[in-house]
Ligand binder design. Structure first.
Ligand SMILES: Cc1cc2nc3c(=O)[nH]c(=O)nc-3n(C[C@H](O)[C@H](O)[C@H](O)COP(=O)(O)O)c2cc1C
Length: 209
C-alpha cells in the first residue's frame, strides 16, 4: 500500500456525556465508563457548562475541574452515547437540554442515526422522578435516530437494589443532602450498562467498516 493510500482511522470511542452539579451523576458517569472500557473501547467523558442568562459570555472554554466540555464533534464521531443528568422536577437538567438543542446540524445530517445509546440519572428522593427523567432524555435521542438500550433483568442487581437502578437505565438515590454514595447494586448496574453499551458500540462500529 502506498503512503498516499494509507489513511489513519481514529479509534472508536463511546461518549459519556453528563451534567452534574453536586457530583452524583459524575460518579455514575465514571462507573459507566469503567464498564465501557472493560470491553476494550475508549470511554470519552465529557460534560456541559452550567447555564445562566450570561453563560456564553462568562464560562471559560475549559472547566477548572472535572471533565472537559463536550463539542458537537464528540457527538458526531462517537460510536455510542451514555447520557446522564440529575433529575430536575422529574425532567433532565436545563444545561443538558440546552446542549442538546444545539445539535440540529447533526440531526439534519443524520449523524447519530443507528448509534447505540443509554441514559442515567440521580435523584434526591426515591420516587422523585427517576423514570420520567430517563425517558425525557430518551426522546431527543430517538429524534436523532439513536438505538436505545436499557438494563436487562439478567443484571440481578436490578432485583436486589433497594435504592436506584431501573430497566430504563442506571439511577442513583443521592438523598436529600446529596451525600449518599453509590450503593454496590447501583455501581453494578452502572458497570453492566456501560459494558453492554461498549459491547454493542464495538460490534456496530466494526460492522460498519
Ligand atoms: C432545581 C432542582 C430540581 C430538582 N428536582 C428533583 C426532583 O424532581 N426529584 C428528586 O428526587 N430530586 C430533585 N432534585 C435533586 C437532584 O436531582 C439530586 O440532588 C441529584 O442527585 C443531583 O445530582 P448531581 O449530584 O449530579 O448534581 C432537584 C434539584 C434541583 C436543584
Amino acid at each position: 500500500m502506498s503512503a498516499f493510500s494509507s489513511t489513519s482511522v481514529a479509534p472508536p470511542f463511546v461518549l459519556v456525556l453528563y451534567y452534574s452539579r453536586h457530583g452524583a451523576t459524575a460518579d455514575m458517569a465514571k462507573q459507566i465508563a469503567r464498564g465501557i472500557e472493560s470491553t476494550g473501547i475508549e470511554a470519552r467523558i465529557r460534560t456541559v457548562a452550567a447555564i445562566s442568562s450570561v453563560c456564553e459570555a462568562t464560562e471559560a472554554a475549559i472547566p477548572d475541574s472535572g471533565a472537559p466540555y463536550a463539542t458537537l464533534d464528540d457527538l458526531q464521531n462517537c460510536s455510542g452515547l451514555a447520557l446522564g443528568s440529575p433529575t430536575r422536577f422529574g425532567n433532565m437538567a436545563a444545561p443538558l437540554k440546552y446542549f442538546l438543542e444545539q445539535t440540529s446540524s447533526l440531526w439534519l445530517k443524520g449523524s447519530l442515526v443507528d448509534k447505540p445509546a443509554c441514559v442515567f440519572t440521580s435523584t434526591s428522593s426515591l420516587h422523585g422522578g427517576q423514570e420520567t427523567t430517563l425517558t425525557s432524555m430518551m426522546l431527543p435521542l430517538l429524534h436523532h435516530g439513536m438505538m436505545l438500550i436499557g438494563v436487562p433483568y439478567s443484571e440481578t442487581a436490578l432485583l436486589s437494589t433497594t435504592t436506584g437502578g431501573t430497566p430504563y437505565g442506571p439511577s442513583h438515590l443521592a438523598g436529600s443532602d446529596s451525600d449518599l454514595k453509590l450503593s454496590d447494586d447501583e455501581i453494578k448496574i452502572c458497570n453492566s450498562q456501560g459494558k453492554r453499551l461498549g459491547t454493542i458500540a464495538s460490534k456496530m462500529s466494526s460492522a460498519s467498516k
